[in-house]
Ligand binder design. Structure first.
Ligand code: GAR
Length: 196
């Protein structure tokens, strides 16, 4: 049974959506939510969900030791990044080979890299006059947004769409697909094609 830690820096709507998707199932568990911000709204969601949440300083993430101690204590064997904005250090990447994934709110390799998160991404997509955007779920390898792509889904953008409109469409794709990709990757569900 996968025991998954979710890393989140902000609102945590994806974290909540993932945990609710697997609620009542014995084959997945989410023993801890890990954040780099004690004031992130994800902690409120964690309380409401009954999932422990913990905050580590940026320096602890850069070093990795304390974070790894906590993950080991919780028996974690996979990590899901959901709006987590710090780089994952090599020590943590190495501790979970092939078992850390991230979601990026655009079609990588476009609109990725350091500083490209949340609203910045949707504003850049709008400024570039793109006719589509979407989501990319990918492995995490210690460099921003460069791990192997697992899944992408697309949405059209009209010239009238604002960055907020794009964000709404992208979030809808995230909610629909992220839990299902986790289920296909680490559950016993029959394998499906991973592109959609
Ligand atoms: C999500 O759209 C996620 O794709 C994005 O942050 C948002 C978090 O929303 N992640 C990145 O930009 C990573 N580069 P949430 O906190 O409500 O789940």
């Amino acid at each position: 049974m996968p025991r998954i830690a979710i890393f989140a820096s902000g609102s945590g709507s994806n974290a909540e959506n993932i945990i609710r998707f697997f609620e009542g199932r014995a084959d997945f568990s989410f023993p801890v939510i890990v954040s780099n911000r004690s004031d992130a709204y994800v902690h409120e969601r964690a309380k409401a969900l009954g999932v422990p949440s913990v905050t580590f300083a940026k320096a602890d993430f850069a070093d990795g030791t304390r974070v790894l101690e906590r993950l080991r204590a919780n028996g974690v064997d996979a990590v899901v990044l959901a709006g987590f904005l710090l780089r994952v250090p090599q020590a943590i990447v190495d501790a979970f080979p092939g078992r850390i994934i991230n979601i990026h709110p655009a079609l990588l390799p476009k609109f990725g890299g350091k500083g490209m998160y949340g609203h910045h991404v949707h504003e850049a997509v709008k400024a570039a006059g793109e006719t589509e955007s979407g989501i990319t779920i990918h492995h995490v390898n210690g460099r921003y947004d460069e791990g192997g792509i697992i899944f992408q889904a697309r949405c059209p953008i009209s010239p009238l769409d604002t960055p907020d409109d794009i964000a709404r469409k992208v979030h809808a794709l995230e909610y629909e697909h992220y839990p299902r990709v986790i289920e296909r990757l680490w559950g016993n569900a029959p394998a499906h094609g991973m592109h959609g």
